[in-house]
Design a protein around this ligand. Structure first.
Ligand SMILES: Nc1nc2c(c(=O)[nH]1)N[C@H]1C(S)=C(S)[C@@H](COP(=O)(O)O)O[C@H]1N2
Ligand SMILES: [Mo]
Length: 436
């Protein structure tokens, strides 16, 4: 008999009789099966259990037909993945309308955030916008003020880019001391999607920007009329008027049917449900509730506009949600990102920053995108202090807490990008810790 036929027969006989066998019988049966196949050598492995014969157990799905195609015309994750969810911190905001939910970073792989779990930040709740009624107006210091329908927007040349989006308040609760007990809450105002739309520069060209125009007011159509002033240089660089996300129309939570994305800049500048762009020669004063994106410095001075989200990184495995179960080899990994461009280098420390090991990139390295890195580690079961430190292509090095506090004080809320520490305990549990 050919090997394949033998294997088929074995699978059939296991399927027919497997469940009736008790443990000893099955081990015997599998051993014979193995002999039948010529007996593969049983090498010891770094992890996993030694394989003997066929995969153990005969689960029900191996013996029956599955459900028909198109049972779910819009597919959903396996019910076993129901734990993958956005979550909120109850005490963080007074209500759930002007609030935030967090991306479950610990359970994500690669660099793309699935659309259904991208963090949400609303100042006046999630509006339901009718794309047929929605319009985007461009006016002010332009030769031709124009109003675009969604159909109009889609006639322009389209561009797709993978870019991260981070609220400048991400990690803001950590300024004074380690506070959040999950990665989801310490770093989860962060996402990375493939965004598709029209370059803002393309639309501005259509409208004819007048000489002396330097700023753009972007305004949302939600109840907050969220508005931000954007410098013309960003508009002419890579600002994108986005109507699609990860291959499909924008999700309502992300600004359906159209939003602004300023790659690498504060998430709040990425106005959702975008209805108006006014071109002017100076920044606008913002409405009270949307204007508090100012960094107060130790000198008493404030940085009014701090657009760029500087280089940052965090370990996603292990982390509080991903404790270690036993000593031995494992793949330690994390995410790094920089609003200035590409991540150039990431180091990982297991001793609280005394010594460092260079990590390997395991994803594409796009500018202003999340970048996945990892390093192999053999955990001896002792407590350890795990950190990661990112360097971007401009040479900017992610600061320590002392360096960040020296520059910005400790009463800040925004732009906390200090090196983060996870304390790994001897029992494998992981807690948020802060080192100077
Ligand atoms: N129109 C409008 N745009 C908005 C907001 C809003 O409340 N209304 N929130 C902003 C803030 S503070 C952030 S951090 C990002 C969050 O984007 P996301 O909800 O798609 O993750 O959207 C920004 N754009
Ligand atoms: Mo934000």
């Amino acid at each position: 008999m050919q090997k394949q036929q033998q294997l088929d027969q074995l699978v059939r006989s296991v399927a027919e009789s497997g469940e009736k066998l008790n443990g000893t019988e099955r081990r015997h049966f599998l051993k014979n099966g193995l002999a039948l196949l010529g007996g593969a050598g049983l090498a010891s492995a770094a992890s996993g259990v030694v394989a003997q014969g066929m995969p153990p157990g005969i689960p029900s799905w191996t013996k029956s037909l599955g459900s028909a195609v198109n049972t779910n015309p819009y597919g959903m994750p396996s019910p076993h993945e129901a734990g993958l969810q956005r979550r909120t911190v109850e005490w963080l905001t007074a209500d759930k309308i002007a609030s935030v939910s967090f991306t479950p970073l610990a359970d994500l792989k690669g660099i793309i955030t699935p659309s259904g779990v991208v963090f949400e930040r609303y100042h006046a709740g999630l509006p339901e916008v009718d794309p047929n009624q929605h319009r985007l107006m461009i006016h002010g210091m332009v030769d031709r003020p124009l109003i675009f329908s969604m159909e109009d927007l889609m006639r322009f040349p389209s561009v797709s880019m993978i870019r991260f989006l981070e609220c400048p308040a991400n990690g803001g609760m950590e300024w004074r001391a380690a506070q959040m007990d999950r990665l989801q809450f310490s770093h989860g105002m962060l996402s990375c999607c493939e965004w598709t739309g029209v370059l803002l520069s393309t639309l501005l060209q259509e409208c004819g920007v007048q000489k002396g125009a330097k700023w753009i007011l972007a305004e949302g159509s939600d109840g907050s009329h969220m508005s931000r002033s954007i410098p013309m240089e960003k508009a002419m660089d890579d600002a994108l008027i986005v109507y699609a996300q990860n291959g499909e129309a924008l999700r309502p939570e992300q600004g359906y049917p159209v939003r602004l994305i300023n790659p690498g800049w504060e998430g709040n500048t990425c106005v959702k449900w975008l209805r108006r762009l006014e071109i002017g020669d100076k920044p606008w004063y913002h409405r009270e509730e949307t204007s508090k994106y100012t960094d107060l410095l130790p000198s008493g001075k404030a940085r009014e506009f701090t657009f760029v989200q500087e280089a940052n990184s965090v370990l996603t495995n292990p982390c509080p949600e991903k404790p270690l179960t036993k000593p031995g080899k494992l793949w330690v990994e994390g995410l790094a990102w920089s609003g200035r461009g590409r991540i150039k280098h990431v180091d990982v420390s297991f001793d609280g920053g005394v010594s460092w090991r260079e990590a390997r990139f395991t994803s594409v390295v796009e500018p202003r995108a999340l970048t996945r890195f990892g390093v192999e580690w053999d955990w001896n079961g002792n407590p350890a202090l795990l950190q990661s430190r990112a360097v971007d292509e401009t040479g900017y090095v992610q600061p320590t807490y002392s360096q960040l506090r020296d520059a910005r004080g400790s009463s800040s809320i925004y732009h906390k990008n200090a090196i983060h520490t996870w304390k790994l305990n001897g029992d494998g549990s992981v807690v948020n810790a802060q080192l100077a």
